[in-house]
Design a protein around this ligand. Sequence first.
Ligand code: HPA
Length: 270
Amino acid sequence: MIKEIEETTEYLIHKGFDKPEIGIILGTGLGQLINDVEIIHSVSYNHIPYFPTATVEFHKGKLIYGILSGKKVVIMQGRFHLYEGYSLQDVTFPVRIMKRLGISTLLVSNAAGAINLDMKKGEIMLITDHLNLLGDSPLAFKGVSLLGERFADMSEPYDNDLNDQFRSIAKENDITLHEGVYAAMLGPQLETKAEYRMLKIIGSDAVGMSTVPEVIVSNHLGLRVAAVSVITDECDPDNLKPVNIDEIIAMANKAEPQMITLFKSLIEKL
Ligand code: HPA
């Protein structure tokens, strides 16, 4: 993987990705953040060497370099999921590239279902810990120790200082910011009632299909990382309705202004 990392990094430096400080993975509910970015360079994932080959759904994926809140940022517009058939090494390859380009901090967003029913759809949750239920690890490959500690420490996967800053920004802006444990499931099917009950019993507050692989690799690389979920649906096993994707997207859009405030203000303070 080292050769591939070098080659891809060289390609992007040549394209003008000049020492970004912060990486951002834009999930559902944060896409509009891009409107506030002074875009300097934008490269389609299709054109980046060794990036996973785009699926139909994914042809819009882009890596963007620009200025946001006065900072040099590299932004993943669209992410890869295990359920699309990629390996976790593929899913997290862009994180390794962003690190080699120079970032020291990674900020991640996603959409998630509420297991803890104190949280309502349209609200926001700061991820303070996670459950990796993907059945795989992005560090489970030959040669991982050439890139970092194989037995990566996970005692504090989400950075306390970044989390504290998110908390104070939420307070200053009157944003309800829940906190909790995010469980990553493989998907792509949604969960059954029995699975939602299990997720509650084992300590999850929210469930989704992303983020955990990128966070594991960030820790492997010594990056500071923070992640925020938009709660798009309520996963109540005793009153479960069929998932309505349009409603999920509507909920993500509803939370978007608050998400943008959180991310922009944090980047200003970094
Ligand atoms: N499961 C249930 N609800 C969700 C998910 C999920 O993975 N993602 C967003 N809402």
